[in-house]
Design a protein around this ligand. Structure first.
Ligand code: CA
Length: 228
């Protein structure tokens, strides 16, 4: 699963450097030069991580971080603050605004990429390449294979992503809009009933192993993956 990384940076040279490195690492770069354009991108599709410059032409990056943390839709999106300010109290302010990590310019691209991977691993387990095993199911993001009690399952790419998300977020109820945000990355251009179609396909694929009841419908709310 390719992580979408939103780069919010107004200095063209740094923006290009970031986009180059992020793409080289196999991530998808989405570029914004101020808070207004970043907000448009976030409303269109929820990124998997935001690299956020502190000094932006319209509103400070810390203010955007605060807004994102206050909104239930964006509350859990990992944020790494980028800044030219190296003072300790700025670092504290950055982290207090809700950032997950903080890096000072000039930065080493290698270190930044290592931080990105660490934050993604911590915050978005479905972005990891590690094999996940839950309730008789074993899913490998590397080989794109799913084994259910010894049976290899044939899953479409969307069903695979839904199952990976569910297996790393068991027992929580997700609305259709939240699943669109997390699995499709987009809650505007895809209809909510699309989620139902793919859930049905996922259950059909799980049926031969008898594990289809792991995917539960929560009436009036959405879906839950429950190993119990
Ligand atoms: Ca700047």
């Amino acid at each position: 699963m390719t992580a979408n990384i939103l780069l919010v940076e107004d200095e063209p040279a740094i923006q290009e450097l970031l986009a180059f490195n992020v793409t080289q690492c196999g991530f998808r770069a989405i570029q914004a030069t101020d808070v207004a354009s970043a907000t448009l991108e976030i409303n269109r599709a929820l990124p998997d991580l935001i690299l956020l410059d502190w000094m932006l032409p319209d509103i400070p990056g810390v203010e955007l971080a605060r807004r994102l943390r206050a909104d239930p839709r964006t509350r859990n999106v990992p944020i790494i603050m980028l800044t030219a300010r190296s003072e300790e109290r700025d670092k504290v302010r950055g982290l207090e605004s809700g950032a997950d990590d903080y890096i000072t310019k000039p930065f080493s691209p290698r270190e930044l990429m290592a931080r990105i991977r660490a934050v993604l691993r911590r915050r978005m387990p479905q972005m990891s390449e590690e094999t996940v095993s839950v309730a008789g199911l074993e899913l490998s993001p590397v080989t794109h294979r799913v084994n259910a009690k010894g049976i290899n399952l044939e899953l479409g790419p969307t069903e695979f992503r839904i199952l990976h998300f569910f297996m790393t977020h068991a027992e929580r109820v997700y609305s259709r809009a939240q699943l669109l945000d997390h699995v499709w990355g987009d809650h505007v251009f895809v209809e909510e009933r699309t989620v139902d179609v793919h859930i049905r396909r996922l259950r059909q694929a799980l049926e031969p192993s008898g594990l289809d009841n792991l995917v539960q419908t929560v009436r009036g709310s959405g879906y839950r993956f429950s190993p119990d």
